[in-house]
Design a protein around this ligand. Structure first.
Ligand code: PSV
Ligand code: MN
Length: 401
């Protein structure tokens, strides 16, 4: 289907939607990663923060849609606030700003039984201080979001008090929230399993919402699309969070079975389309709706990191554009008169429309490469970094950092 079959009203809706759409990319998406069974090293993977910024800046140059790079504190700012000046310098050099600040309270041995929900007051204090330090890093860098994934939980029934851990978690989040600057948002991510396999303290959106609400008014929920049980209606969770003014952001990725961190839309693009539809519907119908932060959280063990990241950004734009095709007023009227087939055809018709020509036209009008992936191949960037980094990557390094 060519762009000619898309009405000019729909084409301009797509242009407007894309103008307002940007998506944050994760620094850790450029590093060597693996599974719990092993790590596959790639010659072009980033081996330090300079290389992560260089790669992020290149994705931004190619797509014009990724103005910020998410940073993970222990992996990217191992010296905490002391690393801020270096990050600011890299941001200037590579034309990509520091984005969300992600504290890390899941990899140190003290956190074996939990971080802010650990029964030990000493461990909780260490974890809380790390959250506070992360807020301070965010303030110094002008980051809009401090994004928390609290991996706490337990593996066996009866071994931990799920209810007392709620209170400890709330106390820590409130302490970190108290340090936020006025414009900053605290994002609270949830995940039903892994690394814990019996209970996780931040197990679903209800728990995350209650933790966010009790922390304070600047805390909202983050939806990672890989963090749900099979069959969960994620778009309904999104609709509820919008209703409750509690949708803070997304970590986008795809999955087949668990938290697989696959490329966005590689398994189920319709799922992402349905989520984007809820956003477009809210933009059309809800007074005062503010768009959440769109972020990617993926790790590509088999695909090239640069290629997969560009593919993801392009896919996100295409699915966002496809959801923008729906005429919201028309859909609402079909829904209200219960014209099921017509409503469904309008909805899925948008999903099946090839918007790529319109998206390419939008890119060309803005002086961006019409096909970012083709441009990446043409630029020789991946070959260059593979040659430069190959020797370093031949010897193992720790994941992500
Ligand atoms: C955990 O699975 C997660 O989704 C969190 O967002 C972490 O910060 C990220 O992945 C990287 O491990
Ligand atoms: Mn995540």
């Amino acid at each position: 289907m060519s762009s000619n079959s898309i009405s000019s009203a729909a084409q301009s809706r797509i242009h407007q939607a894309l103008d307002a759409f940007s998506i944050e990319i994760p620094s850790w998406g450029f590093s060597n990663t693996g599974t719990r069974f092993g790590k596959f090293l790639q010659p072009a993977a980033a081996t330090n923060i300079e290389e992560k910024f260089a790669d992020g800046g290149e994705v931004n140059r190619l797509t014009g849609a990724t103005p910020t790079l998410a940073l993970h504190v222990l992996w990217d700012l191992p010296n905490g606030v002391a690393d801020v000046a270096k990050i600011q310098e890299l941001a200037k050099t590579h034309n990509i700003r520091p984005g969300s600040i992600n504290p890390n309270v899941f990899q140190e041995p003290e956190y074996k039984f939990g971080s802010i929900c650990n029964p030990s007051a000493e461990v909780r204090q260490k974890a809380t201080q790390h959250l506070i330090d992360s807020v301070e890093i965010g303030k110094a860098l002008g980051s809009a979001e401090v994004s928390l994934w609290i991996s706490d939980g337990s593996n066996y029934p009866g071994t931990q008090s799920m209810s007392r851990r709620i209170g400890w978690g709330k106390e820590a989040l409130a302490a970190a929230h108290a340090k936020l600057a006025p414009g900053q948002t605290m994002l609270v991510e949830y995940k039903p399993f892994e690394p814990a396999f019996y209970h996780t303290d931040f197990g679903d959106w209800g728990m995350a919402l209650e933790f966010a609400r009790s922390a304070g008014p600047q805390a909202k929920v983050l939806v990672d699309t890989g963090h749900h049980y099979q069959g969960t209606n994620i778009e309904q969770i999104v609709a509820w969070l919008i209703e409750l003014n509690a949708l803070g952001g997304f970590h986008f990725n795809d999955r087949k079975y668990a938290d697989d961190d696959l490329t966005l839309g590689s398994i189920d693009p319709y799922q992402i389309f349905r989520i984007f539809h809820e956003i477009h519907a809210a933009q059309a119908n809800k007074q005062g709706f503010t768009a959440p932060a769109y972020m990617i959280d993926q790790s590509h063990n088999l695909k090239g990191k640069m290629e997969a990241m560009v593919q993801t950004v392009v896919t996100a734009q295409e699915l966002y554009a496809r959801a923008a095709l729906i005429d919201q007023a028309e859909l609402a009227s079909l829904q209200d008169s219960c014209q099921l087939i017509a409503a469904e055809e309008l909805f899925r018709g948008a999903f099946w429309t090839d918007v790529r020509p319109v998206v390419q036209e939008w890119r060309s009008e803005r002086g961006l490469p019409a096909d970012p992936l083709a441009e990446l191949y043409k630029s020789g960037y991946v070959e260059r970094i593979a040659a430069e980094r190959g020797a370093k990557n031949a010897v193992g390094q720790s994941s992500y950092a």
